[in-house]
Design a protein around this ligand. Structure first.
Ligand SMILES: [Zn+2]
Length: 277
């Protein structure tokens, strides 16, 4: 099963905001998303990264415009989702499944580009999004204008998938394709309903742990940032237990990859020279 990750955009953040004991220097974070080609399911996206819809889209509400103005993400043209699909000879209509790890803008902004796709996401978190007012959703970092109008009808909730038990330091979760190859692992803390993906068929099992931390160092060296990072977390008290679970996975021989860590990772596509953008 092919597994690659691409970098949709760069976002600058002061190190001390994302790493306990960090300095004032600015860190250039990536915004990854993934493409897996499953032997039976075909090409499957893991989130969409940042796309123009989140930054210049006409449908953006006032709060999403403000959010973009504050974070100032810089799109990485070469590794935007459509050019990356084209690189692999794929068109948007070839994408029948998008796994949505959580509902933050940098993960869902391109969902409308895939009219034939069904969405694998937390149905429990989606039910809460639907029950909230727009203002309540903003406080959870969710901008509902980025969802396709028919998201609800195209949602395949995680709760319908069979559960695989944890063992020997390897976490359990929902078996997404019924063959044990990709397991959705709950990662409470950062965002409502966030889950990561455990790829079991690789030489060394890989857990794409999305936004548990921004930096791998924060995870491995137990340098979880405090305030104000805790302020924007969905459930700040769960970040440390979730991080500890990932450290146990690493100790058991697993590999962890994050969405935003700036260092090149083994599964990064690297179509563009990061220094040239
Ligand atoms: Zn997030």
């Amino acid at each position: 099963m092919k597994t690659v990750f691409a970098n949709s955009a760069w976002v600058n953040a002061a190190e001390r905001l994302i790493l306990r004991g960090g300095g004032w220097r600015s860190v250039r974070l990536r915004v990854r998303y993934g493409l897996i080609v499953h032997p039976a399911q075909g090409p499957v996206l893991v989130d969409t990264g940042y796309t123009a819809e989140a930054l210049t889209g006409e449908r953006r509400g006032r709060m999403l415009r403000l959010y973009g103005a504050l974070l100032k993400p810089k799109l990485n043209a070469a590794e935007q989702v459509l050019p990356v699909l084209k690189h692999f000879g794929l068109s948007p209509n070839d994408i029948r499944t998008v796994i949505v790890t959580h509902f933050h803008a940098d993960h869902i902004s391109g969902l409308s580009l895939f009219p034939k796709a069904r969405f694998v996401a937390s149905d429990a978190a989606w039910a809460r999004v639907k029950a909230r007012t727009p203002r309540q959703n903003w406080r959870h970092g969710v901008f509902t204008e980025l969802f396709p109008a028919d998201f609800d009808a195209r949602l395949d909730g995680l709760s319908s998938r069979p559960h695989v038990e944890a063992r020997d330091g390897v976490p359990g979760g929902a078996d997404l394709f019924g063959d044990g190859s990709v397991i959705a692992v709950d990662l409470p803390g950062h965002a409502d309903g966030q889950f990561g993906l455990l790829f079991t068929g690789l030489e060394r099992p890989l857990l794409y742990a999305v936004d548990v931390q921004w930096l791998l160092t924060a995870l491995t060296e137990k340098r979880t940032p405090g305030f104000p990072a805790t302020l924007i977390a969905e459930d700040a008290a769960s970040i440390e237990p979730t991080s500890a679970m990932l450290r146990r996975f690493i100790a058991a021989g697993g590999e962890v990859m994050l969405c935003h860590d700036p260092a090149p990772a083994a599964y990064d596509l690297a179509l563009s020279d990061p220094e040239a953008t």
